[in-house]
Design a protein around this ligand. Structure first.
Ligand SMILES: O=C(O)[C@H](CS(=O)(=O)O)OP(=O)(O)O
Ligand SMILES: [Mg+2]
Length: 231
């Protein structure tokens, strides 16, 4: 198994058998909770304009995401996992536009299969990838993409997943949680002068959840979309 950790949201990756794109704070923690709340799929777009175009032809779509961390005028939702975990999303399709997670994923499509995850679903995802791609073929190449260019939240999670895949756990779950909380990306959520960033979001990003699915990017349509695949 050739496992490489890559950091950044715009890296053009050479082909690998599997890509796992990680965004802890907050895009794929948000996505994980959206699926738990019943979402059917999450379409991934690069720009705000593309999101509005999709909504024009599909008025039931919910637009979600951020620019510089803040919600977008005219969108239905921002990038907050604590907010989304209060919605009933049964059967709904979302469109997601975010700085790191979504952009990194759109740059990571040169592969047979793309997973996305935050920390909340990291162990599930790592176990699934390990069973399916590591046990059978030891020659498989895997990119773990820590989507924030400098955030230790995604890097810590990537190292955690690598440890599970290689059966060599250097970073314990507790250590990873500490690194996420101490990362510079988390800072603004503890800043009382920036009330738009909620501390509650970080609490959710730090919590591993028992869930029975992984998130895989379906590339068969023009717009790539995250779907839940039961495990
Ligand atoms: O909304 C977020 O948490 C981030 C943007 S920033 O790092 O807070 O500026 O977007 P994401 O794509 O979820 O990393
Ligand atoms: Mg992030």
């Amino acid at each position: 198994m050739l496992i490489k950790i890559v950091q950044g949201n715009d890296k053009e990756l050479e082909f690998s058998d599997v890509n796992v794109v990680i965004d802890v704070i907050r895009a794929f923690t948000f996505a994980h909770h959206a699926f738990i709340q019943g979402a059917k799929q999450i379409l991934l777009v690069k720009t705000v304009e593309e999101a509005f175009e999709l909504k024009k032809s599909n008025p039931s779509y919910l637009l979600a995401g951020e620019v510089k961390g803040r919600g977008i005028k005219g969108f239905d939702l921002d990038n907050s996992p604590s907010l989304i975990s209060k919605y009933n999303l049964n059967g709904r399709s979302l469109v997601q536009k975010t700085t790191n997670g979504v952009n990194a994923t759109l740059h990571a499509l040169n592969t047979d299969i793309v997973f996305v995850t935050g920390y909340s679903n990291a162990k599930n995802t790592a176990d699934y990838v390990k069973n399916l791609y590591c046990s059978i073929n030891q020659d498989n190449s895997i990119h773990l993409v820590a989507s924030h260019p400098s955030g230790d939240d995604d890097l810590a999670c990537a190292e955690y997943i690598k440890g599970i895949l290689e059966e060599n756990i250097i970073e314990s779950a507790k250590m990873v949680e500490k690194r996420i909380q101490a990362s510079h990306v988390a800072e603004k959520f503890y800043d009382s002068e920036r009330p738009e960033f909620k501390e509650e979001d970080i609490a959710i990003c730090l919590k591993e959840l028992e869930s029975d699915f992984v998130m895989i990017v379906n590339q068969t349509n023009r717009v790539p979309r995250i779907e839940r695949v039961d495990i």
